[in-house]
Design a protein around this ligand. Structure first.
Ligand SMILES: CC(C)(COP(=O)(O)OP(=O)(O)OC[C@H]1O[C@@H](n2cnc3c(N)ncnc32)[C@H](O)[C@@H]1OP(=O)(O)O)[C@@H](O)C(=O)NCCC(=O)NCCS
Length: 175
C-alpha cells in the first residue's frame, strides 16, 4: 500500500455553538465537543484508510479553554500515525472571536481508530508519511502514546512498552 500524507486525511469542520449545546455557564458542553471531534476524526481515518473505521480509544482530551455560546468552532483532524490496522488521529480545536475574527486554540485531543472489514475484523492500513515539522513530531511521539493506551487498557504489559519506558528512564538521568 502506498503511504499517505496527513494532508490527504485532513478534515476541517466549522460550526457554531447553539444554546441547546451549552452547559449552565453558557459554554459548549464537553460531550458535544467530544462528538464533534469524533466525527471529524472518523472522517480523517476513513480518508486515510478508505475503510470502515471504528473508534478504539480516546487517548487524550484537554479542555483548556471554555467555548462560549455563539462562538464559531473549527475542528481540524488528521491522521498523525498509522500502525498495522490502527491509526492515531490528532485533533486541534480552534475558536473564532465573535467581534475581531481572531482565531485561538481552544482544545486538542487524540483518538485511535481501527480499520475493519465488513465483518468488523481489523484490516491493514497504508503507512503515514509526515511532511511538516509538527507532523513529524506528532508521528514520533505516537508510538509511546499507543503503548500507554494499550497498557491502560490492559492489552500490553508495562514491561513490553519499550519506547514508553525509555521516556521515563531518560527523565531520570542525573541533573
Ligand atoms: C477496536 C476493535 C476493532 C479492536 O479489536 P481487537 O480484537 O482488540 O483487535 P486487535 O487486538 O487486533 O487490535 C487492532 C488494533 O487496534 C489497536 N488497539 C486495540 N485497542 C486499543 C487501545 N485501547 N488503544 C490503542 N490501540 C488499540 C491494537 O494495538 C491493534 O493495532 P495495530 O494492528 O495497528 O497494531 C474492537 O475492540 C472493537 O470493535 N471495538 C468497538 C469499537 C466501537 O464500536 N467503537 C465505537 C464506540 S461507541
Amino acid at each position: 500500500m502506498t503511504p499517505k500524507t496527513p494532508r490527504e486525511s485532513r478534515t476541517i469542520m466549522t460550526d457554531m455553538v447553539l444554546p441547546s449545546e451549552t452547559n449552565p455557564l453558557n459554554n459548549l458542553f464537553g460531550g458535544e465537543l467530544l462528538a464533534r471531534m469524533d466525527r471529524a476524526a472518523s472522517i480523517a481515518a476513513r480518508r486515510h484508510s478508505r475503510r470502515i473505521t471504528v473508534t478504539a480509544s480516546v487517548n487524550h482530551v484537554a479542555f483548556n479553554q471554555s467555548v462560549p455560546v455563539g462562538s464559531v468552532v473549527t475542528v481540524e483532524a488528521a491522521v498523525s500515525r498509522a500502525f498495522r490496522t490502527s491509526m492515531e488521529v490528532y485533533i486541534d480545536v480552534w475558536m473564532e472571536d465573535r467581534f475581531t475574527g481572531a482565531r485561538s486554540k481552544a482544545n486538542d485531543a487524540i483518538y485511535t481508530f481501527v480499520a475493519v472489514d465488513d465483518a468488523g475484523k481489523p484490516t491493514e492500513v497504508p503507512q503515514l508519511a509526515p511532511e511538516t515539522d509538527l507532523e513529524k513530531e506528532r508521528f514520533a511521539a505516537a508510538l509511546r502514546r499507543k503503548q500507554l493506551s494499550l497498557v491502560l487498557a490492559g492489552k500490553m504489559k508495562p514491561h513490553d512498552a519499550t519506547e514508553l519506558k525509555a521516556l521515563f528512564l531518560a527523565d531520570e538521568s542525573p541533573k
